[in-house]
Design a protein around this ligand. Structure first.
Ligand code: GCW
Length: 714
């Protein structure tokens, strides 16, 4: 009996570990699951590929892994024209493949062609590009196609990235914490680098390359100058060496006061020759470690970061000084436009435009001005930043946030491409004219262009804290490659690769993902409300906060609710932030008849009894929207429960549990915000709305000193 018990315990132990192990690897493997397919496909049996460089070795090992997992065999690598799959640079294609070579010739260096040809009576696939990196992208593309459509045998794909720099911005600190990180600590183990190359660095690079991300800034924009010292540069070099075969360049943030902090100079004035000399030497030193170093990302004169204005200089002086020292090395500067003045008491939404637009056309050609998608700060919904329509002579780079600082951290399922798409598709002139944000940031011929996403990646086993947050990393990469892609398509292909190819599953869950962004807007900041979250950590609602040092830090500054009404008047009789848009757009948002309800309180201050399109008052609609948000999360839970049979129990359960957090917090947002707004409007809740569970005092009393993403208050 005793022996039997021991045996059962042993079995339980084994099965528990197997379950845990499979969950861990599935979560860990991201969208590169290469799930076993029972459709026998011999496309990868014999592969012709040179392995002359590190990138080609990466291609080989990815094909081996994928083939083994999907089909159960390892491909044979040959060097003959008889292979099933032939990977060749266009310079190496033979004369019979001239038409493929012509197609490749028209593409940029990272573009590729995948084509099925017939020779010697057999079908073969050719992947061709000008470069090995292009071949790597082509390989990942083929593997995606094979996962999405296991039956497919004929390919006719031509593709190339529309943006040059497709970058993740890690807000990782040298102490291992991540500003606004909700998926654990930093991946970069500075202590053990450069010797220890964690397997995760390689898998991180694979994941990035698979969606075309080719640039990473390793450290926080709230920068620490120490990253530029030899002690760290040696470690940065180890990461750069690891990422290089995957086509990924490393960039660093440059703390503007570094010449003082690590260079022993008295000043960091960009016009001072000693300072210029210091940056020149420092930059040369960086390139000795990392010959293909990408360049510097700079947050200057923003939220306490030092910058040229400390010396009476301006953004152009600062950016161009760095651009000049990077130029000989082909490096670039990404100068952030996320600024709001410590002294300017006017509408914060207007300040970045004011500081930057006068300098249009003055930046060096290797400077990208990095602009957040909206003028405030990564809110669940913001109209596009007016700078996008106002600096035609400058190179503008988009900054999106992938980490969910204002969108429920990594506990809420929110599919962000809907937000990205909305901004990218926004027309800066008028609804009809071709002048979208996507077009503005895309490459004009061969010029420098870029897009950055603030990473949501940490050392959690599943990388992103929430399995569905992996979709945001994936989708950011896909949209960076082609900002015109459709978010629904991206959701579907991500699901197919990550979870299941079952068409019912993909149809219902992609629909749920697509709706999720609007749901979070509804239960957090409906009808154009914004910036009403808790102070510092930004966790949960805090619309009542009114005691912070600067007016624009306080939620009350943004919603301006009083007994008569609510909303921020940005029309000509208000702050006139609308004047920063083109006349057509300004008219569109400014006129109550055309302003979409989604942006109403962003641009208008309206009475509580203002009649909306559904003939109900603004007050009623506020409650209705908050409730809809909550109801939609309930519906997500239902849809997710119904999908149980399609995927593994472990990930299914994990996501169900996370959805419970989302529901709890959606109700909290609704209850706290509506209780607070009711204390001002003194109106009865609309009948559609469930009455708040607790009192306003209760919601106000909640404190979260250990919320993730900030340095804890001990
Ligand atoms: O979104 C805000 C964040 C800060 C961040 C800042 C920025 C890195 O709350 O944590 O700092 O924006 O983008 O610089």
């Amino acid at each position: 009996m005793k022996l039997l018990n021991k045996y059962i315990t042993f079995l339980l132990f084994i099965s528990f570990n197997l379950i845990t192990y499979s969950q861990i690897t599935k979560d860990y493997d991201l969208w590169l699951q290469y799930t076993k397919t029972y459709i026998y496909n011999d496309l990868l049996k014999n592969i012709s590929l040179d392995t002359n460089n590190e990138t080609e070795k990466v291609i080989k090992s990815e094909l081996e892994l994928a083939s083994l997992k999907m089909y159960g065999f390892k491909p044979k690598f040959t060097n003959t024209g008889n292979a099933d799959l032939i990977l060749k640079k266009n310079s190496e294609l033979d004369s019979s493949q001239k038409n493929i070579s012509e197609k490749v010739n028209k593409l940029n260096n990272e573009g590729f062609v995948i084509e099925t040809i017939k020779n010697s009576g057999k079908q073969r696939i050719i992947i061709s590009s000008k470069t090995s990196i292009g071949l790597l992208y082509g390989t990942f593309r083929l593997l995606r196609e094979l996962q999405i459509s296991p039956n497919k045998k004929e390919f006719n794909i031509i593709d190339e990235p529309k943006l040059k720099v497709r970058m993740l911005n890690h807000w990782d600190n040298l102490d291992g914490t991540i500003e606004r990180g909700y998926a654990g600590n930093s991946l970069w183990n500075w202590q053990k680098l450069p010797e220890l190359i964690d397997r995760r660095y390689i898998d991180y690079a694979r994941a990035n390359a698979s969606v075309g991300i080719n640039a990473v800034t390793l450290n926080n924009v709230n920068a620490n100058a120490l990253i530029l010292t030899p002690y760290y540069l040696e470690k940065v070099k180890a990461l750069a060496d690891t990422f290089r075969p995957f086509g990924i360049k490393v960039y660093l943030t440059a703390r503007f006061s570094a010449p003082i902090e690590i260079g022993n100079l008295k000043t960091a004035d960009p016009l001072n020759t000693e300072v210029q000399q210091w940056w020149n030497e420092k930059t040369n030193e960086v390139y000795k470690y990392i010959p293909d170093f990408g360049g510097y990302l700079v947050k200057a004169n923003s939220e306490g970061q030092p910058g040229p204005q400390n010396y009476g200089r301006n953004h152009v002086d600062g950016a161009n000084m760095l651009a000049k020292v990077l130029k000989p090395h082909n490096g670039i500067v990404m100068w952030r436009a996320f600024v709001y003045s410590e002294t300017d008491s006017s509408d914060r939404a207007k300040q970045a435009y004011r500081e930057f637009v006068p300098y249009d056309g003055k930046f060096e050609e290797n400077v990208l001005v990095q602009v957040k998608n909206g003028a405030i700060d990564f809110q669940p919904r913001e109209p596009f930043h007016p700078i996008f329509g106002a600096m035609p002579q400058s190179k503008l780079m988009m900054e999106f946030q992938i980490t969910q600082e204002y969108l429920g951290f990594s506990s809420h399922l929110v599919f962000l491409p809907k937000l990205y798409e909305e901004v990218l598709k926004s027309s800066t002139k008028n609804k009809e004219k071709e002048n979208t944000v996507a077009q503005i940031i895309s490459s004009r011929s061969n010029e420098l262009s870029g897009i950055a996403g603030v990473a949501n990646i940490g050392n959690d086993l599943n990388w992103t804290g929430h399995p569905f947050a992996q979709a945001n990393w994936y989708s950011f990469g896909r949209l960076a490659w082609n900002p015109e892609l459709n978010s629904e398509q991206i959701a579907k292909e991500w699901l197919q690769q990550t979870f299941s190819n079952n068409s019912d599953f993909v149809a219902s869950i992609s629909k749920m993902m697509i709706k999720s962004r609007e749901s979070v807007v509804k239960y957090m900041t409906p009808l154009g409300l914004h910036h009403i979250m808790g102070t510092d950590h930004h966790y949960g609602p805090g619309p009542w906060v009114n005691n912070l040092a600067r007016p624009e830090w306080n939620p009350v500054y943004y919603h301006k609710a009083d007994k008569n009404g609510i909303g921020f008047d940005r029309t000509s009789i208000g702050s006139n932030a609308l004047s920063q848009y083109s006349p057509e757009i300004s008219q569109y948002f400014g006129d109550l008849k055309s302003c979409p309800e989604e942006y109403l309180l962003w641009f208008h201050h309206l009475p509580w009894d203002y009649k909306m399109k559904n003939d109900r008052t603004l007050w009623d609609n506020l409650g209705i929207k908050y409730q809809e948000g909550v109801n939609e999360v309930r519906n997500m839970i239902k849809i997710w429960n119904d999908s149980k049979k399609y995927i593994d129990t472990e990930r299914h359960q994990e996501i169900s549990q996370l959805l419970e957090i989302q529901l709890k917090e959606a109700i909290w947002w609704k209850d706290a915000c509506m209780s607070y707004f009711q204390s001002i409007s003194n109106l009865p809740y609309p009948k559609e709305m469930e009455i708040p569970i607790y009192s306003l005092e209760y919601y106000k009393s909640l404190k979260f000193p250990y919320a993730p993403g900030i340095k804890p208050h001990w």
